[in-house]
Design a protein around this ligand. Structure first.
Ligand code: CA
Length: 396
């Protein structure tokens, strides 16, 4: 598909992507836009000019009101936009509402309701099992029966570009007699895909795997910053806490499931078979490849397509007890790692807990240093990118 809007070669935002985000232009109120090439389509005035139902929702400072509308409205909006960007006759209508991306500041795209983080990559779970519990089986007995997850901290999900202050806390080396307090010495990243819930569910009523697309609007990139030394000391027996909750960065543009259709792939075989509520006739994953850069150097390319649990199974599992999802909920896949060394989605894996440093610019590197900048991008196909999530470490 082509568009009358000029799209630079290699742009993640081709004419069929049309991700939505919230931008600020000068001192105007933040509002909803769609990305195409290196432009933002200013949706509120465009939709008003076209007398579109619900045009005022695009003048909101978050996507939440739009997300709450549900799939028929999401689809209608996408079709309206697809039509406008490919029909040359609409140029005069749309052009006055294009703003260069270089002239805007992107905000957090939605007010985050609840945040759940899964652990759905077998390669990552196995690597961490080997590192954290070297004397036992890498995968715990429940891992292939349910998508393991925990509730994270929604209030510290931050927009891409937000500086990350090195967290302090308790840490204890295995051979030390007592813990000490101070800045984390093992600050790390986790490369993840995040699913954004639009349509809420009803208390007491599980969401079936078949209803995934009725509830989930789309995806964002997630960097789940992690302090490994804090995590290792605190996580038994109740799981991640302060080693994770200080900050989680997400990308500004939410790519819809409708845009991702072309990259959907069948879910891999699950053996042993899962319980009936986790089974589905068309369980899929997405063929998305991430790229991780440390200070501009490519250090890893984790593949999403081999993640063990599908997002529909994660949603079914997190509601099977009757818990609700709400508009603005975010649930993330957990760190994505492939089998090859340069496909690992965290520095604890890339440097094997610091024992096998990466060489970058002739310098051995393990965990993050003050001043480091990490940028994650991802692609589902040509013109179908997720944009980027970036963050820089500042001293404690
Ligand atoms: Ca995580």
């Amino acid at each position: 598909m082509t568009s009358w809007i000029e799209i630079p070669d290699g742009s993640p935002f081709g004419p069929e992507n049309l991700p939505l985000g919230v931008f600020r232009h000068g001192d105007e109120e933040p509002r909803v836009g769609a990305a195409i090439g290196d432009q933002v389509i200013d949706l509120a005035p465009l939709a008003s000019a076209q007398m579109l139902d619900g045009a005022q929702l695009f003048a909101e400072p978050t996507l939440n009101a739009f997300l709450a509308l549900g799939r028929p409205a999401w689809r209608a909006t996408r079709n309206w936009l697809l039509d406008l960007v490919r029909t040359a006759g609409d140029r005069d209508t749309v052009e006055p509402h294009l703003i260069p991306q270089s002239a805007v500041t992107m905000q957090l795209p939605f007010a985050v309701a609840d945040y759940v983080d899964f652990y759905a990559s077998e390669q990552h779970a196995s690597n961490l099992g080997r590192l954290f519990r070297p004397d036992s089986e890498p995968l715990l007995p429940n891992w292939k029966h349910l998508p393991v997850g925990y509730h994270g901290r929604a209030g510290t999900i931050v927009a891409s570009g937000t500086e990350i202050v090195r967290p302090s806390g308790q840490r204890k080396a295995p051979d030390a007699g007592a813990p000490t307090f101070g800045p984390s010495q093992r600050l790390d990243i986790e490369v993840e895909l995040g699913y954004v819930v639009g349509t809420p569910s009803t208390l007491g009523k599980p969401v079936s795997v078949e209803d995934f697309e009725e509830h989930v609007y789309g995806v964002v990139l997630v960097n789940d910053w992690s302090a490994r030394d804090l995590q290792a000391w605190e996580y038994v027996p109740l799981g991640p806490f302060l080693g994770k909750s200080f900050a989680t960065s997400i990308s500004p543009w939410v790519v819809s499931l409708d845009a991702l259709t072309a990259s959907a792939v069948p879910l891999g075989v699950q053996d042993p078979p899962v319980l009936p509520y986790l089974r589905g006739s068309h369980l899929t994953n997405y063929d998305i490849t991430f790229e991780v850069r440390l200070n501009g150097h490519l250090v890893s390319s984790p593949p999403y397509r081999d993640v063990y649990w599908s997002p529909a199974q994660m949603l079914a599992h997190m509601t099977v007890n009757g818990a609700t999802v709400r508009t603005g909920d975010l649930y993330a896949s957990g760190t994505v790692s492939g089998a090859a060394k340069d496909q690992r989605g965290s520095f604890i894996e890339l440097s094997w807990a610091g024992r096998d440093p990466l060489m970058i610019d002739g310098k051995p590197r393990t965990f993050l240093e003050d001043g480091d900048e990490v940028t994650i991008t991802a692609w589902a196909g040509p013109g179908l990118g997720l944009g980027e999530v970036t963050g820089r470490i500042t001293p404690a």
